[in-house]
Design a protein around this ligand. Structure first.
Ligand SMILES: Nc1ncnc2c1ncn2[C@@H]1O[C@H](COP(=O)(O)OP(=O)(O)OP(=O)(O)O)[C@@H](O)[C@H]1O
Length: 302
């Protein structure tokens, strides 16, 4: 897989393998990303996304390969480096005896905001305004969505350079989810942070991501900047007897075949403005569709 990151990497995974007994959750995972990128991590259940995130945050040790964050092995990050990371887990656990307000006050002692990046106070206020938490309620009595909002505040308020979100919006209501995606985009644009977000809500990712990394069976199966994805991904359908002629016509055209679907359609990358007319000139009868992230996900990870 080609490394397509355009900025200096602050996260780099090289040939990462992680086994649980005989199961290989990560099987040669390799990609990197840098500041200003918002990477959508896409993969079906069990593809290895949470394991990858665990390795990246130093919670899990890879069985082999290397995971480097801020140019340091992830498991050996010091406190100052960890302070540059924000993490929203799938579900927040612990701290159940604290009220929301007490927890925010208590953890403020360990979270040093990087002043001047977004004017900390106004963004804090934006977060609080978005979350609308009942500050006096104990964490154990908060709803799932309220706990998720609390965990999002804790992940963002110290202005991390690297923000890692594992299914951050699954328990949010549609309004909170919509507003959070806008907040996240604002955060990224104002701070230039690197963001890695895993979510099954692909329409959200389509709006915010600058890059899509598709994983299946513990490996990266497709890695593309979103601009290239939007402009250059097509689904080509032709009568079954013409599929091999279509493949031949694409050779040397700059268009590459990512997948042949079970019905014989070709998912391709690298489509250009002149590709339609070039294909018409071959005399092949081809139906050309522009797939969205979900349609591409279904083909790339099946
Ligand atoms: N602690 C564990 N012990 C054994 N196997 C595990 C453990 N954690 C994960 N696995 C296995 O590793 C594989 C990858 O799991 P992982 O949780 O990383 O997937 P995922 O892509 O995050 O899935 P989901 O979308 O369902 O959250 C799965 O086959 C899972 O069963």
């Amino acid at each position: 897989m080609t490394d397509i990151a355009t900025t200096p990497a602050i996260v780099r995974l090289d040939d990462v393998v992680k086994t649980y007994g005989t199961a290989r959750a990560l099987d040669g995972m390799r990609f990197s990303f840098g500041l200003g990128e918002t990477v959508a991590l896409l993969g079906p259940n069990g593809a290895g996304k949470t394991t990858l995130i665990g390795c990246l945050l130093g919670f899990l040790l890879p069985s082999s390969g290397s995971v480097r964050v801020f140019d340091t092995e992830a498991a050996g990050l010091d406190a100052a480096q960890r302070g540059r990371i924000g993490f929203v887990p799938q579900a927040m656990t612990g701290f159940s005896g604290f009220s929301a307000g007490e927890l925010l006050d208590y953890l403020a002692h360990f979270q040093v905001p990087k002043l001047g990046r977004f004017g900390t106070a106004p963004f804090d206020a934006r977060l609080a305004d978005w979350a609308r938490l009942p500050m006096g309620t104990r964490v154990k009595s908060l709803s799932g969505g309220q706990r998720q909002r609390l965990s999002i505040i804790l992940a963002l308020r110290h202005a991390p350079d690297l923000l890692v979100l594992d299914e951050p919006v699954a328990s949010l209501d549609p309004q909170a989810r919509h507003d959070f995606m806008a907040l996240l985009a604002e955060y990224r644009d104002r701070t230039g942070a690197a963001v890695l977000i895993s979510s099954h809500i692909l329409s959200d990712l389509e709006r915010i991501a600058t890059r899509a990394v598709f994983v299946a069976h513990g490996r990266v199966v497709h890695d593309t900047p979103m601009a290239r994805f939007r402009d250059g991904t097509r689904l080509l359908r032709c009568p079954p007897e013409q599929v091999s002629a279509l493949r031949s016509a694409l050779v040397g055209s700059g268009v590459s075949v990512l997948r042949e679907t079970p019905s014989g359609a070709l998912l391709v990358d690298g489509w250009q403005p002149g590709s339609d007319s070039a294909l018409r000139a071959t005399g092949l009868v081809v139906e050309i569709d522009t797939p969205d992230l979900e349609a591409t996900f279904l083909e790339m990870t099946r």
